[in-house]
Design a protein around this ligand. Structure first.
Ligand code: GRF
Length: 220
């Protein structure tokens, strides 16, 4: 376990339930990360209000006020640097980033995607999973690369697709798994137990879990 907590920025665009699960996990004294800023590209995002109420530094960076993606990302980059951020956690941040921003944060930026990558990249994952008739669905936490929903996988959680599932029932089941998976993957990565090498993440140690979480292999 590391001695100093990693300083994280959490980027959101809306509800912010994954941000909330990360912030709540960070409250544990032995959790290896602490939130130092919550940023939204939509200043009216409900999640931003919640973060403010928790006393966290928040910033609404309205992307519509920037003349280009490069300008917006430049501003975002300055804020991250000024806040001395170690790791960036994308949590429902619905905005494509320029490759230069992503490269600058290579191996220091995580994302959660509501599907078992590499299946169902992009939007509307639950509708597409239902339409495809898959029996197992889930979510993935991965390191961010310039290509959308690409990057070394830190962890995945699987949930069953049940007879009679609708978008709402399946989305709720996946979201509950997201709220467990993201804090767990961030802890593994921030503590140095998960490391990336040759575009694969290996986990040095991991506790076993029930409840459909696909637990990474213990390699030492
Ligand atoms: C989550 O399903 C996340 O996986 C996806 O966007 C959704 C955001 O939800 N990237 P919330 O804002 O965290 O509640």
């Amino acid at each position: 376990m590391t001695t100093s907590k990693k300083r994280i920025a959490i980027l959101i665009s809306g509800r912010g339930s994954n941000m909330k699960s990360l912030v709540e996990a960070c409250r544990a004294p032995d959790y290896p990360a602490e939130p130092v800023v919550v940023i939204s590209n939509r200043p009216d995002a409900p999640g931003l209000q919640w973060a403010k109420e928790q006393g966290l530094p928040t910033l609404g960076l309205d992307h519509k006020r920037y003349e280009s993606r490069e300008h917006f990302d430049g501003q975002l980059m300055s804020v991250l640097e000024m806040s001395r951020v170690d790791l960036v956690c994308l949590a429902g941040f619905m905005r494509l980033m320029t490759p230069s921003l992503v490269e600058r944060w290579r191996d220091r930026m995580l994302n959660i995607h509501p599907a078992l990558l590499p299946s169902f990249k992009g939007l509307h994952t639950h509708e597409r999973a239902l339409a495809a008739g898959v029996k197992i669905h889930g979510c993935t936490v991965h390191l961010v690369r310039p290509e959308m929903d690409e990057g070394p996988i830190i962890g995945q959680a699987a949930v069953p697709v049940l007879e009679g599932d609708t978008f709402d029932t399946l989305a709720a089941r996946v979201l509950a798994a997201e709220h467990e998976l993201y804090p767990r993957c961030l802890a593994l990565y921030a503590s140095g137990q998960a490391i990336v090498e040759n575009e694969r993440v290996s986990i040095r140690a991991a506790e076993r879990r029930d409840g459909g979480l696909l637990v990474p292999q213990i390699v030492d």
